[in-house]
Design a protein around this ligand. Sequence first.
Ligand code: PMP
Length: 389
Amino acid sequence: QVEEQPLIYFDNAATSQKPQSVIDALSRFYGKDNANVHRGLHELSARSTAAFEAARAKVACFIGAASPGEIVFTRGTTEAINLVAQSHAASRLQSGDAILLTEMEHHSNLVPWQLLAERLSLELRFVPLLDDGTLDLEVFDRLLDEKVKLVACVHISNSLGTINPIREICRKARGIGATTLIDGAQSAGHIPVDVRDLGCDFFAFSGHKMCGPTGIGCLYGRHELLEAMPPWQGGGEMISSVRLEGSQFKPAPQRFEAGTPDIAGAIGLGVAIDYLTELGLEAVEARADELTCHALARLGEIPGLRILGPEMPRGSLVSFSMEVAHPHDLVEFANSRGLALRGGHHCTQPVMRRFKVPGTTRASFAFYNTLEEIDAMIDILLDARRFFG
Ligand code: PMP
């Protein structure tokens, strides 16, 4: 209940709600098995290490990686992208090289590259957006020349809902020898993802957007690439031997996991994967499509409401602006009726600038939402139109 009304949670793109099985797994771990991983020889440490590594294997299987060794646990998508920037890219790119991004990137797939570009005098190039919120692929082809050493692109845009043609982008990037990094924050756990089928070198995602706990996420990296990458953070767990004058490092993925990891988080993520696998990713996707189609049709009935982004197929979210009210006022009004929406730039300020809006209001759906909740949102938005108009 929110504001004494039944909650309608349409902020799933920011973070999803958690199934009871995930909440129980966290509690069970801390209650029964809690110990640090890898370092101990006692029973609880063996249990927590086994559970932690089993979670890594589940992630590998879930996204089609060749082996668990290709999965690095991180805090989330943001940290995974920073890892690639500071380790892989920082050690391979040189002054004058270019990185190709798109205008629809989340700040977390933009700012790390800006920081690196400044440090190494790299050129950043951006694939522009067409009016329907899709990438201008003709310009992509023109921008992709031999100076480009890395292409980083979002799979599903969190502010437009656009699903990008990742397979094609990766194939073309591979054609000129560039590495690819895919931001899968809005695709992992939402649609079936197979990193080898996509043909990407790196794939980053967050557990908390796919029914898992906050604080845990993953970087998938192709084995040869991870093995060739230098450490990015130093500390315990990532070393094989340490002398005062220097150290030797473990192979990937442990080389990139300095310090005590989020053990409970990884275990919780594994349980979230079990939950989603039981539902079936195809069913999860079909349900989200049904909700999104219904929302697009019903939002289209509201006069003066502009929807950003493409027609179906698209991700399970709709960003819109209404003439009568600023997104923040709209979100506050919705909250007073028990409806959780998100208003603002959604960490994609360049997208807002491209579409000449200060921000949008975003409704993002998950499989546990209902068509009736969408109808209730429409009634609330119509009331808001009367209230502000
Ligand atoms: N990329 C996209 C497309 C996202 O939607 C988000 C989260 N809003 C992120 C990256 C960053 O994810 P996190 O904050 O979990 O690191």
